[in-house]
Design a protein around this ligand. Sequence first.
Ligand code: SF4
Length: 331
Amino acid sequence: MDDLIKKASQIYKNNFSNECYFERAVFLSWYCSKGDCKFCWMSTQKNRIRNPKLAIRRLESILAEVLICKLCNWKIEFLSGGYETYSLEELINIIKNINLIYKERLWLNIGVLNRQELLKLKPFIKGITGAVETINPRLHKELCPSKPLKEIEEMFKICDELKIKKSITIIIGLGETIEDFELLKRFIKKYKISRITYYALNPHKGTIFKKGPDTGYYIRWIANTRIAFPKIEIIAGSWHSRLDEIHLLLKAGANSITKFKSIKLFNTELAKNFENQVEKANRKFKSRLVDFPKFGLEDELRPFENELKTKIINKFNEYYKKKISKNEKTY
Ligand code: SF4
């Protein structure tokens, strides 16, 4: 194992700087018309799934979160949401508003899109994420009965024609084995994937899963990927109960880390531990999880008309006062 990590680490150093960021997925809604993937939290929320209106997020709430990401130098892993939540026009409007704050085009992860939708979204996004989840075909069929891999593959073919970048998400711990890495390798090559997000399965109450993968097994996937694809961007998810593995995920060749409750746990012992883990991997942490920067909301929100601006500020203050600044007494 040590040799594998050393090799992956060296390949990482040859191809990337030693900077490391925290990446936060921004959720546009908590609704999904599929709602039946067997590991997914959505599958345990039957009422929300029946009524999308209960799960749609207000624009000011999304924008306040994006503003926090920008101020804390968190990268936005992608804009995420379940299938069929918004009309295309609503979605484009949300993304345009987000871009006014974040000033960088972002990846989109909202299910399978058709050619027309991709074409219309292309000017506003960085690329498309396909939530592959598991590359093992038998498992995929069993665990994601309503979103066949074939549909993601068809979307990726259209992305190629339209010159849209592609990324994927993979969950480790669903029952796959390391032998399945060969399938993943073929998939990444075939669809010229430029970014991969790995998650260690975080079993949700009410699903069939009870346990996440061991760190040793999880990092083999990351190291194998780094060795096979020296230049691919790798984002690795951890969880607040698995923070001690973060330095290993980075040594195995991950560029950045995601899946930490960065607002709720801002400036806590856990956030401090996160930063220590990055340091332990000899990486320079460029994001902030412990000290909130000075900010000028008026400047950041200049492009917005007054009514929306006021709503964003109110929401921002709610997040800031209830979650972020309340933890300041921790130190
Ligand atoms: S499609 Fe995505 S959001 Fe919907 S149930 Fe499956 S994993 Fe969850």
